[in-house]
Design a binder for this molecule. Sequence first.
Ligand code: IMP
Length: 191
Amino acid sequence: MKLVFATQNKNKFIEISKLIPKGYELSNLLDLNFHEELPENQLTLEGNASEKAKFVYDNFSVNCFADDTGLEIEALNGRPGVFSARYGGESKNPELNILKVLNELKGIANRNAQFRTVISLWLNDKEYFFEGIVKGEIIKEKIGSGGFGYDPIFIPKGYSKSFAEMNLEEKNKISHRAIAFNKLKLFLENL
Ligand code: IMP
Protein backbone atom coordinates (compact mmCIF):
# COMPACT_ATOMS: atom_id res chain seq x y z
CA MET A 1 0.00 0.00 0.00
CA LYS A 2 1.20 3.51 -0.83
CA LEU A 3 1.45 5.73 2.25
CA VAL A 4 2.67 9.31 2.58
CA PHE A 5 4.30 10.82 5.65
CA ALA A 6 3.35 14.49 5.36
CA THR A 7 6.72 15.98 6.26
CA GLN A 8 9.50 17.90 4.56
CA ASN A 9 11.92 17.06 7.34
CA LYS A 10 14.33 14.52 5.80
CA ASN A 11 15.77 13.34 9.12
CA LYS A 12 12.35 12.71 10.59
CA PHE A 13 11.37 10.85 7.44
CA ILE A 14 14.43 8.58 7.53
CA GLU A 15 13.86 7.83 11.23
CA ILE A 16 10.19 6.97 10.75
CA SER A 17 10.77 5.01 7.51
CA LYS A 18 12.65 2.45 9.60
CA LEU A 19 9.53 1.82 11.68
CA ILE A 20 7.02 1.34 8.87
CA PRO A 21 6.31 -2.36 8.29
CA LYS A 22 7.11 -4.19 5.04
CA GLY A 23 4.36 -4.02 2.46
CA TYR A 24 4.04 -0.24 2.71
CA GLU A 25 5.62 2.04 0.14
CA LEU A 26 6.38 5.18 2.16
CA SER A 27 7.00 8.54 0.50
CA ASN A 28 7.17 12.14 1.67
CA LEU A 29 6.09 15.56 0.39
CA LEU A 30 9.27 16.06 -1.62
CA ASP A 31 8.57 12.79 -3.45
CA LEU A 32 5.16 14.27 -4.32
CA ASN A 33 6.96 17.37 -5.58
CA PHE A 34 5.20 19.46 -2.93
CA HIS A 35 7.50 22.15 -1.56
CA GLU A 36 5.09 24.58 0.07
CA GLU A 37 4.20 24.80 3.77
CA LEU A 38 1.28 22.59 4.74
CA PRO A 39 -1.72 24.34 6.31
CA GLU A 40 -1.46 24.39 10.12
CA ASN A 41 -4.20 26.76 11.23
CA GLN A 42 -5.75 24.89 14.14
CA LEU A 43 -5.53 25.55 17.87
CA THR A 44 -4.85 21.98 18.95
CA LEU A 45 -2.19 19.37 18.13
CA GLU A 46 -4.99 17.04 16.96
CA GLY A 47 -6.39 19.77 14.71
CA ASN A 48 -3.05 20.55 13.09
CA ALA A 49 -2.01 16.93 12.57
CA SER A 50 -5.42 16.25 11.06
CA GLU A 51 -5.37 19.32 8.83
CA LYS A 52 -1.98 18.42 7.39
CA ALA A 53 -2.82 14.76 6.74
CA LYS A 54 -6.24 15.58 5.27
CA PHE A 55 -4.74 18.20 2.95
CA VAL A 56 -2.44 15.62 1.40
CA TYR A 57 -5.15 12.93 1.39
CA ASP A 58 -7.52 15.26 -0.48
CA ASN A 59 -5.05 16.85 -2.87
CA PHE A 60 -3.00 13.79 -3.81
CA SER A 61 -5.58 11.02 -3.28
CA VAL A 62 -3.20 8.92 -1.23
CA ASN A 63 -3.37 7.51 2.30
CA CYS A 64 -1.37 9.78 4.55
CA PHE A 65 -0.26 10.53 8.10
CA ALA A 66 1.06 13.70 9.74
CA ASP A 67 2.32 14.52 13.23
CA ASP A 68 2.29 17.54 15.50
CA THR A 69 4.13 17.94 18.80
CA GLY A 70 4.01 20.44 21.64
CA LEU A 71 5.45 21.04 25.08
CA GLU A 72 2.57 21.37 27.56
CA ILE A 73 3.42 23.08 30.86
CA GLU A 74 0.97 22.63 33.72
CA ALA A 75 1.51 26.03 35.39
CA LEU A 76 1.07 27.75 32.01
CA ASN A 77 -2.28 26.06 31.33
CA GLY A 78 -0.75 23.80 28.68
CA ARG A 79 1.26 26.48 26.88
CA PRO A 80 3.30 26.63 24.68
CA GLY A 81 1.45 23.55 23.38
CA VAL A 82 0.45 23.96 19.78
CA PHE A 83 2.48 27.20 19.66
CA SER A 84 5.75 25.49 20.68
CA ALA A 85 7.71 26.16 17.48
CA ARG A 86 7.04 29.92 17.43
CA TYR A 87 6.60 30.64 21.15
CA GLY A 88 9.43 33.19 21.30
CA GLY A 89 8.62 34.72 17.88
CA GLU A 90 8.13 33.98 14.20
CA SER A 91 11.83 33.12 13.75
CA LYS A 92 11.18 29.70 15.41
CA ASN A 93 14.36 30.28 17.42
CA PRO A 94 14.76 27.61 20.14
CA GLU A 95 16.85 29.93 22.33
CA LEU A 96 14.08 32.56 22.34
CA ASN A 97 11.43 29.88 22.94
CA ILE A 98 13.33 28.57 25.97
CA LEU A 99 13.94 32.08 27.30
CA LYS A 100 10.24 32.89 27.17
CA VAL A 101 9.28 29.68 28.99
CA LEU A 102 11.90 30.20 31.71
CA ASN A 103 10.79 33.80 32.20
CA GLU A 104 7.16 32.80 32.50
CA LEU A 105 8.04 30.13 35.07
CA LYS A 106 10.18 32.45 37.25
CA GLY A 107 9.11 32.08 40.89
CA ILE A 108 6.65 29.26 40.08
CA ALA A 109 7.18 26.06 42.06
CA ASN A 110 5.09 23.75 39.86
CA ARG A 111 7.47 22.72 37.05
CA ASN A 112 5.39 19.79 35.73
CA ALA A 113 5.30 19.47 31.96
CA GLN A 114 4.85 16.95 29.19
CA PHE A 115 5.78 16.56 25.56
CA ARG A 116 2.84 15.32 23.53
CA THR A 117 2.88 14.04 19.96
CA VAL A 118 -0.30 13.44 18.00
CA ILE A 119 -0.43 11.58 14.70
CA SER A 120 -3.41 11.72 12.37
CA LEU A 121 -3.70 8.94 9.80
CA TRP A 122 -6.16 9.32 6.95
CA LEU A 123 -6.67 5.88 5.49
CA ASN A 124 -9.42 4.91 3.04
CA ASP A 125 -11.73 7.74 4.14
CA LYS A 126 -11.34 7.13 7.87
CA GLU A 127 -9.23 9.03 10.38
CA TYR A 128 -7.22 7.41 13.18
CA PHE A 129 -5.28 9.20 15.95
CA PHE A 130 -2.21 8.02 17.84
CA GLU A 131 -0.78 9.82 20.86
CA GLY A 132 2.53 9.72 22.71
CA ILE A 133 3.23 11.49 25.99
CA VAL A 134 6.36 11.80 28.09
CA LYS A 135 5.98 13.50 31.45
CA GLY A 136 8.71 15.40 33.23
CA GLU A 137 9.72 18.77 34.57
CA ILE A 138 11.14 22.06 33.40
CA ILE A 139 14.44 22.91 35.05
CA LYS A 140 15.58 26.44 35.91
CA GLU A 141 18.41 26.64 33.39
CA LYS A 142 19.58 24.79 30.31
CA ILE A 143 21.64 21.63 30.69
CA GLY A 144 23.21 19.61 27.85
CA SER A 145 24.09 20.29 24.24
CA GLY A 146 22.32 17.52 22.31
CA GLY A 147 18.80 17.26 20.95
CA PHE A 148 16.79 20.23 19.75
CA GLY A 149 13.97 22.58 20.73
CA TYR A 150 13.18 22.53 24.43
CA ASP A 151 15.38 19.48 25.17
CA PRO A 152 17.92 21.38 27.38
CA ILE A 153 15.23 22.42 29.91
CA PHE A 154 13.24 19.15 30.09
CA ILE A 155 14.06 16.26 32.43
CA PRO A 156 11.80 13.24 31.88
CA LYS A 157 10.22 11.71 35.00
CA GLY A 158 12.41 9.02 36.61
CA TYR A 159 15.60 10.37 35.03
CA SER A 160 18.26 12.79 36.27
CA LYS A 161 19.43 13.93 32.82
CA SER A 162 17.79 16.43 30.51
CA PHE A 163 16.77 15.29 27.02
CA ALA A 164 19.71 17.35 25.73
CA GLU A 165 22.13 15.23 27.78
CA MET A 166 20.84 11.98 26.25
CA ASN A 167 22.06 10.54 22.98
CA LEU A 168 19.50 9.95 20.26
CA GLU A 169 19.18 6.26 21.07
CA GLU A 170 18.43 6.95 24.75
CA LYS A 171 15.91 9.67 23.94
CA ASN A 172 14.21 7.60 21.25
CA LYS A 173 13.53 4.80 23.72
CA ILE A 174 11.28 6.99 25.84
CA SER A 175 10.25 9.95 23.74
CA HIS A 176 6.72 11.15 23.03
CA ARG A 177 7.40 10.79 19.29
CA ALA A 178 8.66 7.22 19.66
CA ILE A 179 5.58 6.25 21.70
CA ALA A 180 3.17 7.74 19.15
CA PHE A 181 4.94 6.28 16.10
CA ASN A 182 5.21 2.85 17.71
CA LYS A 183 1.43 2.90 18.12
CA LEU A 184 1.08 3.76 14.43
CA LYS A 185 3.50 0.95 13.58
CA LEU A 186 1.46 -1.60 15.59
CA PHE A 187 -1.74 -0.43 13.91
CA LEU A 188 -0.25 -0.78 10.41
CA GLU A 189 1.19 -4.21 11.22
CA ASN A 190 -2.26 -5.43 12.22
CA LEU A 191 -4.25 -4.02 9.31
P1 IMP B 1 6.88 19.50 15.44
O1 IMP B 1 5.38 19.39 15.45
O2 IMP B 1 7.55 18.15 15.51
O3 IMP B 1 7.38 20.36 14.32
O4 IMP B 1 7.29 20.23 16.80
C1 IMP B 1 6.88 21.54 17.09
C2 IMP B 1 7.84 22.18 18.08
O5 IMP B 1 7.80 21.50 19.33
C3 IMP B 1 9.31 22.13 17.66
O6 IMP B 1 9.63 23.24 16.84
C4 IMP B 1 10.01 22.22 19.01
O7 IMP B 1 10.06 23.55 19.47
C5 IMP B 1 9.10 21.44 19.92
N1 IMP B 1 9.51 20.02 20.00
C6 IMP B 1 8.93 18.98 19.34
N2 IMP B 1 9.53 17.84 19.65
C7 IMP B 1 10.50 18.15 20.53
C8 IMP B 1 11.47 17.36 21.23
O8 IMP B 1 11.58 16.13 21.09
N3 IMP B 1 12.30 18.04 22.04
C9 IMP B 1 12.24 19.39 22.23
N4 IMP B 1 11.37 20.16 21.59
C10 IMP B 1 10.49 19.55 20.76
